[in-house]
Design a protein around this ligand. Structure first.
Ligand SMILES: C[S@@+](CC[C@H](N)C(=O)[O-])C[C@H]1O[C@@H](n2cnc3c(N)ncnc32)[C@H](O)[C@@H]1O
Length: 272
């Protein structure tokens, strides 16, 4: 088990509703780009690993024959089921499970994705090789992971607020041994047996009416903030939350676009 608390289902279950309502709009452009890169057809069988509330699955459904959305956070998948029903997507199936041990046969899918999910797996090697295993030969995988926080004004703003409230929390330094490093990203995909691997950068921007609304949005949707709240307990949280809100109210200029950048790794399962 990794020491990363975000490698467990609980923090994601805690924020599932807020994530769907607040974070989906930030995350969607990355899924839209991943789908463009994969080039689905109406016959495609699609797997979305660590699907969350269906950021990619809901976009993929109209472009494909069938989408299987897997996540270990059951509440995320309940939110996805509701959204799929409301949108009239009858081709999305949800499955609770671990992305490191996929409950599917070999060669079952034409395209497999893990958007900001596999990056948390304690065993990324397993995560990548499971994606390859369930793809048919010639099938495509697209995996995304954040660029270093230092390159993301959106994340820097969030960590600035957290540090103001709790100085033991510091902005993470770049980890060049992780998928934050495009060379490591490509090497791990190739080592898992993918061919034609490329890593692409993709940046999107988000803005808020003002810092207070930015705080409200983040407090509802951020798994790291949910963890902080649990660690502090309610009495301390009710002292610290206003510090974070005031930090954003002071430091965020209303409607300023804040960029955030990710890497998208694309690879194919070789044909024999
Ligand atoms: C940042 S969210 C990404 C959700 C969605 N893919 C998106 O792009 O918005 C991370 C998701 O990964 C899921 N996750 C993390 N580790 C997992 C694992 N080992 N197996 C299955 N799901 C996992 C979490 O439950 C959460 O829903």
């Amino acid at each position: 088990m990794s020491g990363n608390p975000l490698a467990a289902a609980e923090p994601w279950d805690l924020v599932a509703d807020g994530y769907a309502e607040e974070a989906l709009a930030i995350m969607e452009p990355f899924s839209a780009r991943a789908l463009e890169l994969a080039g689905l057809s109406q016959d495609s069988q699609v797997l979305d690993v660590a699907a969350g509330p269906g950021t990619l699955s809901l976009l993929a459904a109209p472009q494909s024959a069938r989408v299987v959305a897997l996540d270990f956070a059951a509440h995320m998948l309940e939110v996805l089921d509701r959204a799929a029903k409301a949108a009239g997507h009858s081709t999305i199936e949800t499955r609770v499970g671990d992305g490191q041990a996929l409950p599917f046969a070999d060669n079952e899918f034409d395209a497999a994705f893990s958007m900001f999910g596999l990056m948390f797996f304690p065993d990324r090697t397993r995560g990548f090789s499971e994606l390859r295993r369930v793809l048919r030969p010639g099938g495509v995988a697209v995996v995304s992971s954040w660029a270093p926080v230092i390159e993301s004004p959106l994340m820097r703003m969030m960590f600035g607020a957290m540090t103001a409230a709790d100085p033991t929390i510091q902005e993470p330094q770049p980890n060049y041994l992780s998928l934050e490093n495009p060379e490591v990203f490509a090497t791990e995909m190739r080592a898992a047996g993918f061919a034609g691997v490329t890593i692409q950068r993709h940046t999107t921007e988000v803005s808020y009416p003002d810092g207070t609304q930015m705080w409200d949005s983040m407090a509802r949707s951020s798994a790291p903030l949910a963890l902080l709240r649990r660690r502090l307990g309610e009495p301390l949280w009710s002292e610290r939350a206003p510090v974070m809100r005031d930090y954003l109210a002071t430091n965020y200029r209303p409607r300023t676009p804040l960029a955030t950048t990710a890497f998208l790794g694309i690879g194919h399962k070789p044909t024999p």
